[in-house]
Design a protein around this ligand. Sequence first.
Ligand SMILES: [Mg+2]
Length: 365
Amino acid sequence: MTATVRRLIVHTVDVPLVRPFITAVRRTDAITAVLVEAVDSDGRSGWGEAAASWRVTGESPASIRAAVMGPLSDAVLGSELDDVDRLADHLAAAVIQNAAARCAVECALHDLAAAASGVPLWAHLGGRTNSVTTDMTLSAASTSELIELAIGHRDAGFRTLKLKVGAGRDDVHSVAAVRDAVGADVSLRVDANQGWTARQAIDIIRDWEDASVGIELVEQPVSARNRDDLAFVTARVQTPILADEAVWTSHDLSAIIAGRMADAVNIKLAKSGGLTEARRMIALAAANDIGVLIGCMMESHVGIAAAASLAASLGDPARAHDLDAGLWLAASPVDSGPHYTADSVVLSRAAGTGITGLCASGGRP
Ligand SMILES: [Mg+2]
């Protein structure tokens, strides 16, 4: 008999970062990991994470708890786990927005379904390898600090570095200086987090192109609210443009495709609301020759377990995804699950995500 969803539990764990994370819009020294544990009728637990950020997802630990314990529990408790995609649609119908909260519940259910099948989540999603490559993100910083960080990460084994730009500093100069410092073998990508105007974006990107700085891609150069600007930039530069904040779901992705507004898309589970919609987006992107990169919010190994499993399903282990969040944490809040080796996320070979529970020191139930 198929197991059913018996209970959802929200755990919050404060986790310090190893160094501050600074973007054009915020500075973070610690995260509150909001974890959802779904328990099935056979007593198994599945785990999912909701990245809480007022400014990015519009959600907080309190709002996530309210959504999970209220309408999202109502939508799935007692349901069989044989078709999690269907349950994801029930979750999506139960609340408007609240994508991170839905993501946490849905990923926990996928974990349970994979565990019940006795296979790792990455294999359950179609992956053939338990390892995926990640970039390493450098916070916004002075040029000399960026150079020092970049060299350190290169020497630690990272082959792709992501620079946060758009904070009003001299982005042209600082990125070129990092290129000079790290040499030609490191791939450099930049994320403006909507920080430029369209004209600024074109001028800056063309300066890098003219100077042969070698930028792999530019992420969300302009405001997500103005897709025309995104299309305007994409049409006027050679460097591939990656849409992030402008694309949450396949509905958004359809508009990007129709308007040829970007070359690739950063799919994050906290935007899509979980794996089911993310997989629909991957299929849509593939059918329309749009590149896909799997990204993450500032979240723990629980969120990374799901996102990296999705990345593994893409079947291109050399492609650098954007899954470095766990490397920023002083420690994982859970036992087992994924770990990092140089620039690889190594997923558990145990059934599901392999996560066995909260670390003894962590968690306020
Ligand atoms: Mg981004």
